[in-house]
Ligand binder design. Structure first.
Ligand code: ATP
Ligand code: MG
Length: 413
C-alpha cells in the first residue's frame, strides 16, 4: 500500500465543499477589490527564490524542495507566491499597465518542514499583491482585503498585529544597533544566529530557538530606529486602518520570515489553533522587483494559509454550508424502465438539473436506499405503468409527499 507523502493531505469528496467555500470567499473578495487572478508555475528556477525570498531565510536555507531536472537545471517547487508573481510582473512588462496593478492567486506551496498541526509540506495560499504604489493607502487596502476575507469566513478569533521594519536607510542604522546588542551575547546563541549576525542581523529576531528568543526579547526595537519618512508612512497606515474601522495592535517584534519586506509588515494571529497561530501574513516589499531585475516598483501583499484557516474554522465551530445534494434520483425496474430512467436523467442534466440513476444493477429497493443515502431531494420510480401511460410519481424526500407528473414535465426543483 503506497501512502500519501509525509506532510501532505488528500481532500476527500465529502470535504471538498469546505475548500470550495473558502476559495469562493477569496474570489469574492478579489472581485470586490477589483483584483485579477494570476497563475504561475508550480516550479521556478531555484535562483528566483534564493534571490527573492532571501539567502538567510529558513525557507531558502532549510525548507526548499529543490531538484535538478533531466536537463540539469536546478528548479524548486514554489515555497511562497510573491517571488513568482514578481517574476510574472517583470517578465510580461506589466509595469506598463495601468498602476497600481492588483493580482491574486490561490495556489499550493511546498516547504520541507517538520509536519505538525497547521504546518505541512504541501499547503495552499490565497495571496494578493499590489504593484506600483508606495502610498499608505495601498497598505491599508491590502490589510482591509485580508480583514474582510477573514470576516467573510466568519472568523472572529483573530487579531491583527502590525509593525514597520523601515527602509534600507533606517535598516542600516538598526542593524548597527542590533549588532551592538547581540555581539556580547553571541556565544549563547545558535549556529544559525551566529551566521546571520554577519549576513543579516534582523533575521536573528525570527529565530525559533528558546535561548535565542529570550535574548531577542531584550533587543533594540526597529520602531525606535525608523527614519522620519518611514515613521510618517507608518502613522498614515495606522490612521487609514482606523478610518476603515479595522482594529490592530502594534507589535514591534514582527519581522516576518522572508527577507524582502520593507516598511509595513502585518500578521493575523489566532490563539485557537496552537503554536502555528499565524493564519495570514504580509507586508510591503519596495525593493524586491528591482532586486529581481525589474524597474524599481513599490509593492505590497499578503498570503493566507488555507489549511490553517480551515483548522481555525473547525476549532471555533464555524459551520460551512454543506455541499448540494442531487435534485432527483430516477429509479428503474426492468430493462425498459431502466433505459427510460437513464434517458430522463440525461435530459434533466442537459437542463441543468443534478440527476442520478442506477449504475450498479441494483434492485429498486436498493436504488431507493442509495437515493436516500446520497440525499436526493426527489425520487421517481419508472415501472411498467409509468412506461405505458407516460406519467410517473415523484416523491419529495423531505416531506414524503408525492405528485403525479407527465413525461417531459420535470419536477419543480
Ligand atoms: P510560520 O512562522 O508559521 O512558519 P511563515 O512566516 O513561514 O509562517 P509565510 O511565509 O508568511 O509564513 O506564509 C504565509 C502563510 O502561509 C502563513 O501565515 C501560514 O498561514 C501559511 N503557511 C506557511 N507555512 C506553512 C506550512 N508549512 N504549512 C501550512 N501553512 C503554512
Ligand atoms: Mg515558516
Amino acid at each position: 500500500m503506497i501512502s500519501v507523502p509525509k506532510g501532505t493531505k488528500d481532500v476527500l469528496p465529502q470535504d471538498s465543499y469546505k475548500w470550495q467555500y473558502v476559495e469562493n470567499a477569496a474570489r469574492g473578495i478579489a472581485r470586490e477589490f477589483n483584483i485579477k487572478e494570476i497563475r504561475t508555475p508550480v516550479f521556478e528556477h531555484t535562483e528566483l527564490f534564493a534571490r527573492g525570498v532571501g539567502e538567510t531565510t529558513d525557507v531558502v536555507t532549510k525548507e526548499m524542495y529543490t531538484f535538478e531536472d533531466k536537463g540539469g537545471r536546478s528548479v524548486t517547487l514554489k515555497p511562497e507566491g510573491t517571488a513568482g508573481a514578481v517574476r510574472l510582473f517583470i517578465e510580461n512588462g506589466l509595469a506598463n499597465s495601468p498602476l497600481p496593478l492588483k493580482a491574486f492567486y490561490i495556489a499550493p506551496c511546498y516547504r520541507y518542514e517538520r509536519p505538525q498541526a497547521g504546518r505541512l509540506r504541501e499547503f495552499h495560499q490565497f495571496g494578493i499583491e499590489v504593484f506600483g504604489s508606495a502610498e499608505p493607502e495601498a497598505d491599508a487596502e491590502v490589510i482591509s482585503a485580508a480583514s474582510l476575507f477573514l470576516d467573510r469566513l466568519g472568523i472572529k478569533d483573530v487579531a491583527l498585529e502590525i509593525n514597520s521594519i523601515g527602509c534600507g536607510s533606517c535598516r542600516a542604522e538598526y542593524n548597527k544597533a542590533l549588532k551592538e546588542y547581540f555581539a556580547p551575547r553571541l556565544g549563547e546563541m545558535c549556529p544559525t544566529c551566529k551566521e546571520r549576525f554577519d549576513k543579516n542581523p534582523l533575521r536573528m529576531l525570527d529565530c525559533k530557538e528558546e535561548a535565542c528568543k529570550a535574548i531577542c526579547a531584550g533587543a533594540p526595537k526597529i520602531l525606535d530606529h525608523l527614519c522620519p519618512d518611514c515613521r510618517a508612512h507608518f502613522e498614515k497606515v495606522k490612521s487609514l486602518l482606523g478610518a476603515l474601522g479595522i482594529k490592530y495592535t502594534v507589535n514591534p517584534d514582527i519581522v516576518r520570515g522572508l527577507d524582502y519586506y520593507t516598511r509595513t509588515v502585518f500578521e493575523f494571529v489566532s490563539t485557537s489553533i496552537g503554536a502555528q497561530g499565524t493564519v495570514c501574513g504580509g507586508g510591503r516589499y519596495d525593493n524586491l522587483i528591482e532586486e529581481l531585475g525589474g524597474a524599481k516598483t513599490p509593492a505590497i501583499g499578503f498570503a493566507a494559509g488555507l489549511e490553517r484557516l480551515l483548522l481555525l474554522m473547525e476549532n471555533t465551530g464555524i459551520e460551512i454550508p454543506p455541499a448540494g445534494t442531487p435534485d432527483i434520483y430516477i429509479a428503474g425496474m426492468d430493462e425498459a424502465s431502466r433505459l427510460k430512467a437513464f434517458r430522463i436523467a440525461g435530459e434533466l442534466r442537459a437542463q441543468g438539473i443534478c440527476a442520478e440513476c442506477d449504475k450498479m444493477a441494483r434492485s429498486v429497493k436498493a436504488q431507493l436506499k442509495f437515493a436516500d443515502k446520497i440525499g436526493a431531494k426527489y425520487v421517481a420510480v419508472i415501472g411498467e405503468n409509468e412506461l405505458a401511460n407516460g406519467e410517473c410519481a415523484i416523491k419529495r424526500m423531505s416531506t414524503g409527499e408525492s405528485e403525479q407528473v407527465g413525461s417531459g414535465i420535470f419536477p419543480p426543483i
